[in-house]
Design a protein around this ligand. Structure first.
Ligand SMILES: C[S@@+](CC[C@H](N)C(=O)[O-])C[C@H]1O[C@@H](n2cnc3c(N)ncnc32)[C@H](O)[C@@H]1O
Ligand code: SF4
Ligand code: SF4
Length: 306
């Protein structure tokens, strides 16, 4: 079997408080994923390894460099790290570029210039990010700038593009926010993933169409980030009620949560578990899949070369 990507939640530590992030507005004890669990993944069958996750930032994973070195020594998978880039100094970022050695990239967040970036990326430092990414790019690091568009920063798109081109980044992603509020307002015409999913009819399951999976910070293998986030787990009652005629995967999980944990099982056993078998055959009927996947990555993100 070959997989297009894995999304790994190496950590749930982060220094930021982005208002719509899973980690904000909830009390929890952050943790790090055991590196030995990650090493059980079939990296040679995976084209792209995303260090992304739902509520942390991989630059806080204490074993990040050890993990990259181990993956580089054992597999050809492309490594893509999603980060706020607002921690560590320039030497750390230069070392990261050297470890990736042209076989990986970072996606870093700039949600505006100095005056607007901080409205969404609360707790991060615009100038530190610019310094870190410039140093990373200068030694051959590959980077993509991701810009979340709101009403208050949309007039800055061209200025940011110019800045990140000057910093040496290769691509620019303009992304729709997953939510808006009275401070972080919706730009004209922008629709969220949930809104698009209500209007569209066809589900495009990334887990199956571009074979992929998600590894949680607890060691669980889930089909995708949506089936692993806290909204899904926290609103268990709502999902239970909505899926009342399609509960086999939830029942399988409740009976034996360890059945999808990579600590205790092999990767292939998990892929053949009752939990997975049910999702593979029934995803079109599941509430979560209908809520999230009638919109695609391309509907949410516009990519431009710089
Ligand atoms: C939980 S973050 C983890 C990675 C890293 N901490 C970061 O922020 O890039 C997962 C993804 O959600 C994105 N994100 C954060 N706030 C968002 C929002 N309001 N709408 C859409 N995506 C958002 C981040 O940019 C990142 O690509
Ligand atoms: S930087 Fe990433 S993990 Fe941290 S709060 Fe923002 S979106 Fe969440
Ligand atoms: S939410 Fe459902 S449809 Fe979407 S990727 Fe996950 S399993 Fe597939």
């Amino acid at each position: 079997m070959s997989y297009q990507f894995v999304d790994i939640e190496t950590t749930s530590y982060c220094n930021a408080k982005c208002p719509f992030c899973n980690r904000t507005n909830m009390a929890f004890k952050p943790k790090n994923l055991d590196i030995e669990v990650i090493k059980k993944l079939p990296f040679n069958e995976i084209s792209v390894t995303l260090l992304l996750g739902n509520k942390g930032d991989a630059i806080f994973y204490p074993k990040l460099f050890e993990l990259i070195e181990w993956i580089r020594a054992n597999a050809k998978t492309w490594i893509q790290i999603h980060t706020n880039a607002s921690f560590h100094n320039e030497f750390w970022w230069i070392h990261l570029a050297q470890l990736l050695n042209g076989q990986g990239a970072i996606i870093y967040a700039l949600d505006g210039l100095e005056d607007t970036h901080k409205l969404h990326r609360i707790g991060t430092d615009f100038n530190k990010i610019v310094k870190n990414i410039t140093a990373f790019n200068k030694v051959g690091g590959k980077s993509i700038c991701q810009f979340l568009k709101f009403k208050h920063n949309e007039h800055q798109v061209d200025a940011i593009k110019e800045l990140v081109r000057f910093m040496g980044s290769e691509k620019f992603w303009i992304r729709k926010s997953r939510e808006y509020n009275s401070i972080l307002q919706r730009p004209d015409g922008a629709k969220t993933r949930h809104e698009m999913s209500k209007e569209n009819t066809e589900i495009k399951c990334v887990f199956l169409s571009k074979p992929s999976f998600y590894l949680t910070v607890d060691g669980e293998i889930r089909p995708c980030c949506f089936m692993a986030d806290d909204d899904y787990k926290g609103n268990f009652k709502q999902h239970f009620y909505e899926d009342i005629h399609n509960l086999q995967h939830l029942i399988a999980y409740k009976r034996d949560p360890n059945s999808i944990n990579l600590r205790d099982n092999s990767f292939s056993d998990i892929m053949n578990s009752r939990y997975y078998k049910h999702i593979k055959t029934n995803y079109k009927k599941l509430f979560r899949c209908n809520q999230k996947c009638k919109a695609t990555f391309e509907d949410i993100v516009d990519e431009e070369l710089l």
